[in-house]
Design a protein around this ligand. Structure first.
Ligand SMILES: [Fe+2]
Length: 378
């Protein structure tokens, strides 16, 4: 936990402090081996049960570009991407995540990934030809938290579509921004991710020090992935960035016009955490996709860590709008390296939904004024 006395309360109502505000009493041992130098989250491999339905959602509605496809697999990318893909959709029996894939700085970093995860006792597999098309030498592991992580450097280069305004749509998805993972023990997860070279940018805690979620980055944005406290390992969402708020509104208008408003789970809105404008969608298999824009630069070494009080009803939505319960409870299964769903373990720390939704009405708009309490579904 972080001592509130060591934090500075800002005029906007959140706290700031320096790196490593979260301490675990159940750590994963730090390997002697150096971690691979990770550049960024690069792509997710998703198993979908109806490839045609998924193609309609991701290509016809959301406008991702098709790099390559065959009868079982779709390779999709966002507007600004120059590597082969940001999303692989593979037809399968059980909707799940097969890989959270990160790009590393050079081919040599893959040797480090092998050494790092071997020392951790993980299932580690390396394929010099890549596990999917368009990507070369790759390392896949089941990490200590149970997630299938991938690392690669080599990728086919494809055309960056930024200049092809003739093809752009009003809701253009321009970059892969981040992953979000559900895990039972957030401090344990954060310490392991810090060993892997990630820095915390924001978190949600209570006054007793229970940590409900943490955001971590390699690239200089708010995050490449976040750890959300809950039953896991599961995948909470994958997120693409747009340029402007109006692009997100255009996606909502389009889904309404298509009579697909049931694809919209939460938002649009403005996050407290990350300061980004957001929208959460559910794909035909229920995989959650976020569309997001306008978070902030975090690349300086002394970038302040932001901590939100779990009872601040503006932390998840800056306008104080309720979080729908499904957003807390639903998430996608993840697979081991043989394609079997990983068992899901229950969270034992307090649940964010339980402490912020309910008759007590714990949440506040202004912490020192009881009249500010808003009550349900926050
Ligand atoms: Fe997100």
């Amino acid at each position: 936990m972080t001592n509130r006395e060591d934090m500075t309360l800002t005029s906007a109502g959140y706290f700031v402090s320096q790196e490593a505000p979260i301490v675990t009493d159940n750590p994963i041992a730090t390997p002697q081996a150096s971690p691979p130098d990770i550049l960024r989250c690069a792509y997710m491999e998703l198993v979908v049960t109806d490839l045609a339905a998924s193609r309609e959602f991701y290509v016809d509605v959301l406008g991702l570009y098709v790099t390559e496809e065959d009868e079982n697999t779709l390779y999709l990318r966002s507007t600004e991407e120059f590597i082969h893909h940001n999303l692989v959709l593979r037809k399968g029996e059980v909707a799940a995540v097969a890989a959270f894939s990160y790009r590393v700085r050079s081919p040599e970093e893959l040797d480090k990934a092998v050494a790092f995860y071997t020392e951790l006792g993980c299932d580690v597999r390396r394929n010099p030809d890549g596990f999917v098309k368009g990507v070369g030498d790759s390392v896949r592991v089941v990490d200590p938290l149970g997630f299938p992580y991938e690392f690669f450097y080599r990728s086919d280069h494809v055309e960056r579509m930024s200049w092809r305004y003739d093809l752009h749509i009003p809701g253009e998805l321009v970059r892969l921004d981040h992953f979000n993972q559900v895990t039972p023990d957030v401090p344990r997860a954060v310490k392991y991710m810090q060993d892997l070279g990630f820095r915390v940018t924001e978190d949600i805690q209570d006054e007793e020090g229970t940590v409900y979620a943490a955001w971590m980055r390699r690239k200089p944005s708010v995050h490449d992935t976040a750890m959300t406290g809950g039953d896991g390992p599961r995948m909470h969402h994958v997120c693409f960035a747009t340029h402007e708020k109006h692009n997100i509104l255009a996606i909502c208008d389009k889904l309404g016009a298509l009579r697909r408003s049931d694809s919209i789970e939460r938002g649009p809105g403005r996050h407290g955490v990350s300061n980004a404008f957001y929208l959460y969608l559910r794909d035909p298999d229920g995989h959650r996709v976020e569309v997001y824009t306008q978070d902030y630069y975090t690349g300086d070494p002394d970038n302040p860590v932001v901590t939100w009080d779990v009872h601040d009803n503006q932390r998840r939505d800056w306008w104080g709008n309720p979080v729908v319960p499904s957003w807390y409870t639903d998430a996608s299964l993840v697979l081991d390296l043989d394609g079997n769903p990983q068992p899901v373990h229950a969270r034992t720390d307090d649940s964010e939904m339980a402490v912020t939704i309910g008759a007590d009405g714990f949440s506040y708009t202004r912490a020192d004024e009881n009249e500010g309490k808003l009550g349900n579904q926050l």
